[in-house]
Design a protein around this ligand. Structure first.
Ligand code: SF4
Length: 291
């Protein structure tokens, strides 16, 4: 007898950027089986996905434990280095070439588009992001004139926005929540009413957030977000669920889900961050339906 009904929210599983990055990293090891193949920073923010890469023989340089620039400087000629899906400072490319490393760029095309718009806009630039996140740090390194706006509270130093005769443009990190984007826009327009809004969340982030936002009141008793607490887009999905008043659980995978007490819930919505595999989602769905 099935007592738990599961509403699986689409899209789920890896986004296109993660599919591409995982393929590039796994191919790098296949093509260079005898070389040391390093991931410079977590390729994607999901411990299970990174474990799959480590199991395939790739070596992780974790940005939470090491300074990535120092680690890059320590690599040896002939080593292979895979740059993460979140982007990296362009100066790392030159450094890798100078050191005789084999460089694999796994940057997501959506991250590249946002960076390119910043580099080519030719106008005062404001960037809304999460301080310390690889994508945010890479953007600020590649667009050094950008003024950082803290996505958490919308604060930024408007006095630093240069070229006051031109209206600034706001670009956002690809994985912010709708609420953060709206807050950033409102703060920028407060100081620069003619500012324009450039690229912001990627399609995958938007559609996953919309699926949670569109849950109607009373439709489900709880929401499970499958993703890592280090994944910005997963954390945002959980924040949106909680903001709607739905009891929400952010779990990395089936082990964490199996430790939840779900006995008081009968209809649960299940969604996933962009770096959680389809297989992991379906495993949890089967488990929930067996309760
Ligand atoms: S979440 Fe968006 S920006 Fe990040 S890897 Fe996926 S498609 Fe690219």
């Amino acid at each position: 007898m099935v007592v738990m009904e599961v509403k699986l929210l689409a899209p789920y599983g890896y986004c296109s950027g993660v599919v591409l990055a995982m393929k590039k990293a796994l191919d790098a090891k296949k093509e260079h089986p005898d070389a040391n193949v390093y991931l410079l920073g977590n390729l994607v923010h999901n411990e299970e996905a990174v474990k799959e890469l480590r199991d395939a023989g790739l070596l992780l340089i974790d940005e939470r434990e090491s300074n990535l620039l120092d680690a890059l400087l320590d690599l040896r000629r002939g080593d292979v280095v895979v740059f993460s899906a979140h982007g990296h400072p362009a100066s790392y490319d030159d450094l890798a070439e100078l050191k005789g490393l084999v460089l694999i760029d796994a940057t997501c095309p959506f991250v590249k588009e946002n960076t390119l718009e910043g580099q080519e806009c030719g106008r005062p630039l404001i960037y809304a992001g999460v301080k310390g996140h690889l994508e945010c740090e890479a953007f600020l390194a590649n667009c050094p004139d950008a003024v950082f706006l803290d996505a958490k509270d919308g604060s930024f130093n408007y006095l630093k926005v240069k070229g006051k005769r031109e209206d600034p443009i706001l670009i956002c990190q690809t994985t912010l929540s709708l609420e953060e984007v709206e807050r950033a826009k409102a703060e920028v327009l407060k100081f620069f009413p003619a500012a324009t809004i450039g690229k912001e969340r990627c399609l995958s982030t938007k559609s996953r957030q919309e699926a949670v936002l569109n849950l109607s009141k009373g439709e489900v008793d709880a929401l499970i977000v499958l993703g890592s607490s280090s994944s910005n887009n997963s954390v945002k999905l959980a924040e949106i669920g909680k903001g709607k008043g739905i009891p929400t659980f952010l779990c990395l995978g089936i082990e964490e889900v199996s430790r939840l007490d779900l006995s008081s819930f009968h209809k649960v919505a299940l969604c996933s961050g962009a770096s959680t595999s389809r297989e992991a989602v379906l495993r949890v769905k089967d488990y929930l339906e067996s309760l």
